[in-house]
Ligand binder design. Structure first.
Ligand code: HEC
Ligand code: HEC
Ligand code: HEC
Ligand code: HEC
Ligand code: HEC
Ligand code: HEC
Length: 261
């Protein structure tokens, strides 16, 4: 009997930690501000004998909208899922849509002459000692601060003009008028302890246009998508972006705001 009780306690402790780990923050190290939102891409690189690719969101999101890359250029919103090939880049697709020597440094940068390895290593940089052109801490110095993630309040940084987002790439994007953002949506938190959520279309449209969310993540009719907090923590719905690139899901108070402010 006693024996059974011990097993029960051990099992419940284990379950408690497992739930804890995937929800309210675990004891794992939090990503450093400069690491948050950084993606390793390695479907083919190591196998081809070259270091894998490190892609930093903080630098790219400070220059372009999420929409431009994830809609117009077709990057998946899950690490590794695009299946980018080196040949694609050289044909002006994916990274190569910008890294062509005009918009950004080219896959083969003439500046490096015969030492082409140096061009390659700017992207194929995992475990390679390369000097990045942009230093994270210098770049974000003076930007409005946030609690977690990159510790940058990106929304304010854009509003206050610290960054200017490009939403159009010649030859890729089409010129069109922005759609009018619907009014804020109130989402019922369904439990008394948690304030309701105010979802602002206006704030999101700046980065995500409309097509980044509709129709793949959210239905277009009111209350057509039903989901729970646990699914957000697991990377679905709001969690497709929040917790990976947009602010972390640990920041409960940034979403559960109704009657708090
Ligand atoms: C310059 C292009 C670019 C911009 C701008 C950009 N992304 Fe990404 N994003 C990528 C690439 C490339 C990947 C990796 C895709 C792959 O590996 O197949 C990625 C991956 C992601 C992932 C998956 C991360 C993971 O760990 O699985 C999320 C979420 C994401 N982006 C959200 C955003 C959000 C939100 C924004 C705007 C704040 C944004 N991205 C801006 C290019 C971009
Ligand atoms: C929408 C345009 C765009 C796309 C797409 C894009 N980049 Fe960039 N990237 C830039 C710009 C602009 C810079 C800054 C270049 C400069 O100032 O020299 C940059 C800089 C970089 C840097 C240099 C960081 C440093 O500090 O030295 C790396 C590495 C990089 N990009 C990797 C990638 C990879 C990998 C992809 C594809 C997965 C990609 N980029 C897709 C526009 C883009
Ligand atoms: C702007 C960023 C960037 C630069 C610069 C770059 N690559 Fe890549 N390369 C990528 C990305 C992204 C992938 C896909 C990575 C993966 O899934 O393993 C890739 C994949 C590869 C692969 C894997 C095989 C394949 O068919 O895709 C090889 C080999 C490769 N690159 C060689 C090079 C060489 C050589 C250079 C320099 C002359 C270079 N790359 C420069 C972004 C870059
Ligand atoms: C970050 C994700 C996101 C973006 C970007 C986004 N939406 Fe939404 N949208 C939502 C969510 C969440 C709902 C609420 C869905 C529900 O109630 O089930 C919604 C609901 C709607 C609705 C129905 C409810 C209402 O208020 O009338 C319309 C219409 C709509 N969106 C249009 C747009 C348009 C137009 C844009 C671009 C200006 C846009 N959305 C951008 C997430 C987004
Ligand atoms: C397509 C990606 C994406 C999805 C999906 C998404 N967001 Fe966001 N959200 C962002 C980005 C990008 C920002 C700008 C701030 C940042 O990057 O942290 C933002 C900002 C916000 C803000 C503003 C915080 C402030 O400081 O005012 C709130 C609140 C928010 N999101 C709630 C939600 C909720 C609730 C959902 C789901 C119904 C959701 N978001 C879905 C990308 C997304
Ligand atoms: C990105 C925005 C966002 C963040 C951050 C966030 N929530 Fe939520 N939360 C939501 C949305 C949207 C719902 C409504 C889902 C629904 O319809 O039940 C929700 C619902 C809930 C519920 C209601 C029951 C349920 O499971 O759906 C609880 C409890 C909750 N959140 C707790 C938290 C806690 C605790 C945190 C911080 C650790 C947090 N949330 C952070 C957006 C967020």
């Amino acid at each position: 009997m006693r024996h059974q009780r011990i097993i029960f306690v051990v099992v419940s402790l284990f379950c408690a930690t497992a739930v804890y780990a995937q929800t309210f923050g675990s004891k794992e190290r939090m990503p450093r501000p400069n690491e948050y939102g950084t993606v390793e891409i390695n479907n083919y690189s190591e196998r081809a004998g070259i270091a894998s690719v490190v892609f930093a969101h903080w630098l790219h999101r400070a220059k372009y909208t999420c929409r431009l890359c994830h809609v117009d250029l077709g990057f998946a919103m899950e690490a590794g899922q695009t299946g980018i090939r080196e040949e694609d880049n050289r044909n002006g697709l994916y990274c190569g849509a910008c890294h062509n020597g005009t918009e950004a440094f080219a896959v083969e940068d003439r500046k490096h002459g015969a030492k082409q390895e140096k061009s390659c290593q700017r992207c194929h940089s995992l475990g390679v000692d390369v000097q990045a052109k942009y230093d994270f801490y210098k770049f974000v110095k003076g930007f409005p601060r946030a609690r977690f993630g990159n510790r940058v309040d990106w929304l304010l940084a854009e509003e206050e003009g610290y960054i200017k987002l490009v939403d159009y790439l010649e030859g890729v994007s089409i010129r069109r008028r922005a759609l009018k953002a619907p009014l804020d949506v109130e989402i019922d938190a369904k439990v008394d302890e948690m304030p309701d959520i105010i979802f602002s279309h206006k704030k999101h449209a700046v980065w995500s246009g409309c097509e980044l969310c509709h129709p793949q993540i959210f239905g277009i009719t009111k209350a057509s998508t039903v989901f729970e907090m646990q699914e957000i923590f697991d990377g679905k719905y709001c969690g497709v972006c929040h917790g990976k690139v947009a602010f972390m899901t640990l920041d409960c108070q940034l979403c559960h705001t109704k009657d708090v402010y």
